[in-house]
Design a protein. Structure first.
Length: 441
């Protein structure tokens, strides 16, 4: 039997993937209007380079990144800029948005052309293509990819790991991508490897996707330096530090980054976006989204244009089956709950999960019974009960001394807690206070 790689701790929530795991990806209808936020990524927002009344084409840059940690934004449709306005985004904050009305021409911008081939492109050219295409972490994190590919000279990268774990319940977008477009994923991986001179490539996939493991293994069979790594199905297997440890045995130090152990981790969707940017010249203007949950009539995997409203996407899945209790961007563990379905799909929207009223009900928290379950399952070896208590009592120095900042916000502790303590929420709040205190210093 093949060795399965894993990590200490973690939980086994029900997968809830059946509704969409066998459903092929379809293209969603082109929306009549898109609302494209100029901040869809971690880092500085873009500055608009279009004004009201301008005509734009598909793939045209509409937001310029002025900082290193930022990523440009492009139009996903051809039409006319109607508004530049600050609106709620699915990241949970407000963002300046470019509202574009389609003109039906579907005209592609003249700059959109193939950029060559990995073999002919230099590493600097690949990084520049990634940057100009506005590629950010497609798994949901939204970190600009070109930044990951530009480590300081003393950090030698020898391995690229693609995250195909998709450990979040309900989501199947990455699974379907690997099944339906494995060559694109591998092309993107090879481009990433060339960009940082990495000798080894890994694709980590949870064993609950045996078909994806088989397809990807076949696809890399001629590349001796690329390995598919079957991972034990466990949450949060897709967290980058867990993935690095499971695939390479290396341990990222507390407060450290993957580059400290010679690794860069990217999502399989990010690799596919890189392949598109090189092979067709198209920047990130659309992505695969899993639309699912008990309140959705016909769950689907759809390719959706960035800027399409959740509401419009849900309507293409037959609409709501019953009154929605909770709308989440992403999965149930690390996703972000939304106040409304009017928010737009962005580059990091891996899923739209809609739970019914019964599932969405939050149980009343009880006192901690010191069962230790949260400590046993924390994948980072933290003591969530203490960090949470310190945070709730505003004792942030104490929370920091218990390594609150190492928390990856996976939510496993909240999930397992029999007293339904708001562990993740309080720890997240504590982390924000610690970071803001550090910044003030
Ligand atoms: S403390 Fe943080 S890392 Fe540990 S289980 Fe809770 S959310 Fe996950
Ligand atoms: S799991 Fe909940 S009840 Fe048990 S120790 Fe942790 S906080 Fe307390």
């Amino acid at each position: 039997m093949k060795k399965r790689f894993t990590f200490k701790g973690g939980i086994h929530p029900p997968h809830f993937k059946k509704a969409t795991e066998k459903i092929s990806v379809q293209r969603a209808e082109v929306p009549q209007t898109v609302t494209i936020p100029l901040q869809q990524h971690i880092g500085a927002p873009c500055e608009p380079i279009v004004k009201v009344g301008d005509k734009v084409k598909i793939g045209q840059k509409i937001g310029e990144a002025k900082a290193f940690v930022s990523a440009p934004v492009h139009s996903s449709i051809a039409g006319t800029v109607k508004k530049l306005v600050s609106l709620d985004s699915s990241t949970g904050s407000k963002a300046m948005c470019v509202v574009i009305e389609a003109d039906g021409s579907n005209e592609v911008h003249e700059d959109i052309k193939p950029k060559g081939d990995i073999n002919s492109l230099t590493k600097t050219e690949i990084i520049q293509i990634v940057k100009e295409a506005g590629i950010t972490g497609m798994g949901g994190a939204g970190f600009p990819t070109h930044v990951k590919l530009s480590p300081p000279p003393e950090k030698k990268i020898d391995s690229i790991i693609l995250n195909g774990a998709e450990c979040e319940p309900y989501l199947t977008a990455d699974h379907r991508l690997m099944l339906e477009n494995p060559k694109k994923v591998v092309y993107g991986l090879k481009a990433l490897m060339k960009a940082v001179d990495a000798q080894n490539g890994y694709i980590g996939i949870e064993e609950n996707k045996p078909d994806a493991i088989e397809v990807m293994t076949k696809t890399v069979s001629n590349a001796a330096n690329i390995h598919v790594v079957p991972l034990k199905t466990k949450y949060p297997q897709g967290d980058e530090k867990r993935l690095i440890n499971a695939a390479t045995g290396r341990e990222v130090p507390s407060g450290g980054l993957p580059m400290d152990v010679g690794v860069v981790v990217n999502n399989v969707g990010t690799a596919a976006a890189i392949a598109d940017a090189i092979q067709t010249g198209m920047p990130v203007i659309e992505r695969i989204v899993t639309i699912t949950g008990s309140a959705i009539k016909e769950p689907k995997n759809l390719i959706v244009k960035v800027g399409t409203s959740f509401k419009e996407v849900i309507e293409q899945c037959g609409g709501y089956k019953e009154e929605p209790g909770k709308i989440i961007s992403g999965g149930p563990m690390m996703g972000i709950a939304q106040y409304s379905d009017e928010v737009p799909v962005i580059k990091g929207t891996s899923g739209i999960l809609v739970l019914n009223k019964k599932e969405a009900k939050i149980p009343e928290p009880q006192n901690c019974i010191r069962c230790g379950k949260c400590v046993d399952i924390c994948p980072v070896n933290l003591q969530p009960l203490f960090i949470s208590q310190f945070s709730l009592k505003r004792m942030y120095d104490e929370a920091e001394s218990y390594h609150a900042l190492d928390c990856i916000e996976c939510g496993s502790c909240s999930y397992i807690c029999p007293s339904k303590r708001p562990l993740l929420h309080s720890i997240r709040m504590g982390k924000r206070e610690i970071i803001s205190k550090r910044k003030k210093k």
